[in-house]
Design a protein around this ligand. Structure first.
Ligand SMILES: Nc1ncnc2c1ncn2[C@@H]1O[C@H](COP(=O)(O)OP(=O)(O)OP(=O)(O)O)[C@@H](O)[C@H]1O
Length: 856
């Protein structure tokens, strides 16, 4: 399946532009959405203004004490053919030595997105240094590699890799062309010039691993010598054979490099003249006194995710299928290419010849972008063995390495028409994509030290696996970003620059150990033997599992011992873990206890506050209740007093009326006596009947005077009862107060309710007594009325009609009374005092029904 053009920022696509407020491009973090690169300033214009610059500014000076990866930008000139095709110019502007501004050309997809309002038309990037089209190869070498060569001679490891879109000038930068030698030939020349007089050409120590040499015996040294001669001879004969390839580069050196004549004319017509000033500097700073050096080179490529040795025997002498190489880890955990050809070279010329042989085997093809396009990532390594004066059989030998990597250019798969080219493009893009992911993950880990680190996907591609050591502390790296200023490749160029923006953020980190290295260090720690380990090379090489390190380099005995040591280590770590776990548990428990205690205190404080608040609230309520009760009962007492006063007045007036009646009856008596004597004389029968009635009436026991006295007594009694009532009310008020106090202290509404119930009962009883009193009073009043009435009438027996009328009235009265309550009870029922003692009940009803004043 075709993979689109690599977006080296790994998770970036044009979709990112759909979120204009988010920093696009390589600033993206690898796990969706985490975009926190504080060093990158962002100007985020509104979608309406596409001309505003989106900035990716990295301050290379501000490195916070750590050394950042150096990223150089090289802009190649527009070629003659491109000018003729009318390539639009002006989309790449160098603002200053470090800042580049990219403006989207008319036909780019960026500009189309900008017009839709979902992307920016202008981008700004900052680099360690920007090298414009006018910069010469010599100037570029001095700016990028000169210092690195010196550091490699001092014993450091360096990686230089070029990155960019296809046809952007990567190979031109590394190797050069025609008269313009690239970084590699210049490096070789400078290197050998600096090693002048210190170079050992003995084939005794061969660098087999990244940091270890192998001591060659005589026969091995002889085999190495033959291999080298074959290669060099092969290079000699290549000039005419492979003149159609563009690697017909010759090195033409002036005399006078450190007094040594190094003029090599490989091809008259197409020679490369290295400027003399690049070779004029001499220096041996940092190189140990008396040390000897031997230089070994290797050249391999990663083509379609397979590793191929470019220095293997000429294809004509070998079967057609090329052998692939395996990647392993050395005892220090650094990945290395197993069985790779390392050739000792004694001069820049020899090294160049080796390179030429390798280039002949390298995969090139013609694409629509570049008629000689690299279809693989090629890696040329120079290892320098430092042999100190006291070196014996490789004991103190040290290796430093300069690795020059010419990456294949990213390209659009859809532009390819050939199936093979599509496959190549897919693999190239995929490995560049992985490189982008690795750099982004490394950047994330460096920027977020407090967070759990991300797994850097070095193992996802061969390219990143090979370069892993340089990103894991084995050495420092220099990145050269090549861009082509043509408008037609604007979108791809932008992606490449976004990737480089993240790379610019990387810092060099100290070396980290891998599993094999860890096992080894354990072995060394335990045994403290310091003895040389026997290296066992697995010559079969059919095991494809290169993910686990090269276990075959350990002897079986060593491995068994390592297992024992590891078992012990596992046990020790488990014990340590248990102790740690117990401590952690204890700490957690004590912390939890503290937390619980704190919570308890907080709760009791809250409870106390709540209680006080409740107390205050209920005190307030009781006060209101007390006030409203007092008001209510005062009013009630006043009303009763008023009623009593009225009753007393009524009684007094009745008494007065009664005396008046008596007086009137006395007056009537004399007139009646006259009438009686007249009736006695005129109607003796009527007289006798009247006498009889009178006698029977006098025989009745009721006397007005005694009735009045009884009424007075009842009234006194009523007054007394009222007095008692008042006392009871006072008592009730006292009870209420004490109830209130009890309520405040014990917060018991039930007690208050009980007290109020008792008070209510007392009041009801007293109301009942009062009712009875009123009844008696009404009864007495009625009796008195009847008496008065009877006294006001004649004391003789009533006439038949009169008797009849009185009886009728009396009967009608009795008929209107309810059964069993005839006569006296009628008044009692009508009296308002006979109703239940409602006021108290009203007051003591549930709170919602209490008088409004209670709520106040
Ligand atoms: N700085 C420069 N000055 C002049 N010409 C250059 C420069 N850089 C590149 N060129 C020319 O541009 C063309 C493409 O360069 P080159 O082959 O190095 O690209 P590339 O990036 O290696 O491409 P690919 O990835 O496809 O291999 C060549 O013809 C080269 O001579």
């Amino acid at each position: 399946m075709a993979v689109p053009l690599a977006s080296p920022g790994c998770l970036l696509s044009d979709d990112d532009d759909l979120r204009p407020s988010i920093l696009e491009s390589t600033a993206a973090e690898p796990q969706g959405g985490r975009r926190d690169l504080p060093e990158i300033s962002l100007v985020c214009p509104g979608p309406a203004d596409p001309t505003v610059v989106k900035e990716l500014v990295i301050d290379p000076e501000k490195d916070d004490g750590v050394e950042r990866v150096q990223v150089y930008l090289r802009i190649r000139p527009i070629l003659k053919a491109e000018k003729e095709q009318g390539e639009e110019q002006g989309c790449v502007c160098i603002q200053d030595q470090q800042t580049l501004v990219l403006k989207a050309p008319k036909d780019s997809s960026k500009m189309r997105s900008t017009e839709r309002g979902v992307a920016q038309s202008t981008h700004k990037f900052t680099f360690t240094q920007i090298c414009g089209p006018e910069m010469t190869q010599q100037e570029f070498f001095e700016c990028t590699m000169k210092e690195a060569v010196q550091e490699v001679l001092r014993g450091d490891n360096r990686l230089l890799f070029t990155y960019g879109v296809t046809n952007s000038g990567k190979t031109y930068t590394i190797q050069g062309t025609g008269q313009k030698a690239g970084l590699l030939p210049r490096t070789l020349l400078v290197l050998f010039r600096k090693l002048q007089g210190r170079l050992s050409c003995s084939l005794e120590l061969k660098p087999v691993f990244c940091q270890e040499v192998r001591v060659l015996d005589h026969s091995e040294a002889r085999a190495e010598e033959i291999r080298r001669d074959t290669l060099l001879n092969e290079a000699e004969g290549m000039t005419s054979q492979h003149s159609q390839l563009r690697d017909n580069i010759s090195i033409c050196c002036d005399s006078g490099i450190g007094g040594v004549s190094l003029v090599t004319q490989l091809e008259d017509s197409d020679s490369v003249c290295l400027e003399a000033d690049s070779l004029s500097s001499s220096g041996e700073e940092g190189m140990p006194e008396g040390a000897q050096f031997s230089v070994w080179v290797s050249f391999f490529e990663i083509y379609n995710e397979f590793l191929y040795d470019l220095l293997e025997s000429p294809p004509s002498l070998k079967p057609r299928k090329r052998a692939t190489l395996r990647l392993c880890e050395d005892r220090h955990g650094n990945p290395y290419v197993k069985d790779l050809t390392w050739v000792q070279v004694c001069s820049a010329e020899e090294a160049w010849k080796v390179l030429k042989v390798g280039r002949r085997n390298q995969s090139f093809a013609s694409t629509h972008m570049n008629h000689i396009s690299s279809r693989s990532h090629s890696i040329f390594s120079i290892r320098i063995v430092h042999m100190h004066p006291d070196t014996s059989r490789g004991q103190n030998a040290q290796i430093s390495e300069l690795c020059v990597c010419d990456l294949a250019g990213s390209e659009r798969c859809r532009d390819q028409r050939n199936g093979e080219r599509i496959k190549e493009a897919t693999n190239i893009n995929s490995s560049l994509h992985t490189l982008g992911r690795c750099i982004t993950a490394l950047r994330y880990n460096q920027a977020n030290k407090s967070r759990p680190p991300l797994v850097v996907p070095f193992r996802d591609s061969k390219l990143t696996r090979v370069l892993q050591g340089f990103f894991s502390g084995r050495g420092r790296s220099i990145m050269v970003v090549n861009i082509n200023p043509c408008a037609s490749t604007y979108d791809e160029t932008l992606q490449a620059l976004k990737f480089s923006a993240v790379a610019t953020q990387l810092v060099h980190i100290p070396s980290t150990k891998t599993r094999v290295a860890y096992i080894l260090s354990l072995l060394n720690e335990c045994e403290q033997q310091g003895s040389e380990s026997t290296l066992m090379e697995d010559e079969d090489g059919d095991d494809d599992d290169d993910e686990v390190g090269d276990i075959s380099m350990f002897a079986c005995k060593e491995l068994l011992h390592a297992i024992e040591v590891l078992k012990g280590e596992v046990l020790r770590q488990r014990q340590e873990k248990e102790v740690l776990e117990a401590t952690v548990r204890e700490q957690v428990c004590s912390e939890m206890m503290e937390v619980i205690k704190r919570m308890e205190n907080d709760f009791s404080e809250t409870l106390e506050t709540e209680r006080e608040l409740m107390q205050e609230k209920y005190e307030c309520k009781m006060e209101n209740l007390q006030k409203s009760l007092k008001r209510y009962y005062t009013q009630e007492i006043e009303e009763r007093d008023e009623r009593i006063r009225e009753l007393s007045e009524e009684l007094a007036s009745k008494k007065e009326g009664e005396y008046e009646g008596l007086r009137r009856s006395r007056r009537n008596t004399s007139s009646r006596a006259a009438e009686l004597s007249r009736v006695r004389e005129e109607q003796p029968g009527e007289w006798r009947a009247t006498i009889f009635y009178l006698h029977s009436y006098q025989a009745q026991p009721v006397h007005t005077s005694s009735l009045t006295i009884a009424l007075d007594n009842k009234l006194d009694e009523g007054h007394k009862t009222l007095g008692q009532l008042r006392v009871s009310l006072q008592q009730l008020s006292l009870n209420l107060r004490s109830g209130e106090r009890a309520c405040c202290t014990k917060t018991s509404g039930e007690q208050l309710r009980a007290l109020l119930d008792a008070a209510e009962a007392t009041l009801a009883k007293q109301d009942q007594t009062l009712g009875e009193l009123q009844n008696s009073w009404a009864l007495a009043k009625m009796e008195l009325g009847k008496k008065t009435e009877s006294e006001a009438g004649p004391r003789h027996p009533p006439s038949g009609s009169c008797r009849k009328r009185r009886c009728a009235t009396r009967e009608s009265e009795l008929e209107n009374c309810p059964p069993g309550k005839k006569g006296t009870l009628r008044c009692v029922q009508n009296t308002p005092l006979a109703s239940p003692a409602a006021p108290l009940l009203r007051v003591l009803r549930p709170r919602s029904q209490i008088p409004p004043s209670y709520h106040a």
